[in-house]
Design a protein around this ligand. Structure first.
Ligand SMILES: Cc1cc2nc3c(=O)[nH]c(=O)nc-3n(C[C@H](O)[C@H](O)[C@H](O)COP(=O)(O)O)c2cc1C
Length: 342
């Protein structure tokens, strides 16, 4: 129904307006008594064989929602009703910020892709933490990842303290953390992926983590545009800092082989054209590190086959964003069913 009826309608309108409309609709529908359990019975695949224990956490299934859709932690419970095993909120920054001027989100239909240059628009980490506090997830609910970043106006030399602020604010409310240094839409952010600043950033967070009575897994989210030698550096950094794992990958600045009109818009490209490169990155990290740490695979998963490819390349868990927009919630169920072999 999503692909034949709902998507053709939604795709007639501006992508960001559709995002807000869909967001409100999911929220509204989930407030109608009885409907959340209808959604769960439609999309949730409950089966112990789908459970995964990764970096000390028990996931009810390996299919998660990638960062960027529920930036402000407004819809994590409702999205959990659509069958996801985990939902990543953020990217959150210490101070609220508007992001880049509109128009900043482009649908590349001929390529089954999206270009976005949102620029970490979010209401600030404290507001999100308050929301998580007021509306705690119940027992047996999806796990929540907290994806953290820095404000646009914070210079890279002071970036560590932005990540520390976000870490402290979310610590009590999320199950794992993601350090995002790979968005192409915050000027110079990706320079924080260089060996020296990245080691310093991750070590500072790890030290903060170690000082807590219970440690939360900290993951690093990387760009697909890193070279092999940069990826080897990443493996070194994960080992020396002892962080829990890597999310591969964020959106790409590459525009190879695109057909759509909006292909030259500035921003990060996601969806089908990203699938091959993100799988290569996952395979490289997994092989060169001898599977030393878990990887969450994300980038261009639009079918169960795409998901299996990521898992076979070395991902322990996977995430969707653009595939979820193009294929709808049925994709989550399709992937979980395929993993079960049915
Ligand atoms: C509109 C949009 C906004 C995004 N915002 C974020 C973000 O705030 N933080 C982040 O780490 N990734 C963000 N991403 C990247 C996704 O989490 C994901 O890594 C990327 O889109 C590749 O997966 P996909 O091909 O399934 O979309 C965003 C992606 C899109 C399309």
């Amino acid at each position: 129904m999503y692909k034949s009826l709902i998507r053709p309608l939604l795709f007639r309108f501006d992508p960001e307006k559709v995002h807000h409309f869909t967001f409100s609709s999911i929220s509204f529908l989930n407030a109608i008594p009885g409907l959340p359990s209808v959604f769960r019975s439609l999309y949730d695949v409950e089966d112990a064989r789908l459970e995964r224990e990764v970096f000390g956490l028990k996931f009810k299934n390996p299919v998660g929602l990638a960062a960027g859709l529920d930036k402000d932690a407004k819809l994590y419970k409702q999205l959990g009703n659509l069958g996801f095993g985990f939902v990543e909120i953020g990217t959150l920054t210490p101070k609220p910020q508007d992001g880049n001027p509109k128009k900043r989100l482009f649908r590349l239909r001929k390529d089954s892709a999206i270009i976005n240059r949102m620029g970490f628009n979010n209401g600030g980490v404290l507001a999100a933490a308050e929301r998580l506090k007021q509306n705690p997830k119940g027992k047996g609910h999806v796990l929540i990842g907290g994806n953290i970043g820095k404000n646009k106006l914070t210079p890279n030399e002071d970036a560590v303290s932005d990540y520390e602020i976000c870490f402290d604010a979310l610590y009590d409310y999320v199950d794992y953390f993601v350090v995002n240094v790979s968005s192409p839409n915050t000027p110079n952010l990706r320079e924080l992926q260089d060996k020296e600043p990245l080691t310093k950033l991750l070590q500072t967070l790890q030290d903060k983590n170690a000082a807590r009575p219970k440690q939360k897994p900290i993951l690093l989210k990387i760009a697909p545009d890193l070279t092999d030698s940069q990826l080897l550096d990443i493996i070194d950094i994960v080992k020396t800092t002892g962080i829990a794992g890597v999310i591969a990958t964020n959106t790409t600045i590459s525009r190879e082989g695109l057909l759509s009109e909006d292909k030259d818009e500035v921003g990060g490209l996601s969806g089908k054209p990203l699938a091959k490169r993100s799988t290569e990155v996952i395979r490289f990290l997994s092989e060169k590190s001898n599977k030393a740490f878990p990887i969450i695979g994300v980038g261009g998963i639009h079918s169960a086959d795409d998901a299996i490819e990521k898992l076979e390349a070395g991902a322990s868990l996977i995430q969707l964003y653009t595939g979820f927009i193009y294929e709808g919630p049925a994709l989550i169920k399709e992937i979980n069913k395929r993993i079960l072999g049915s």
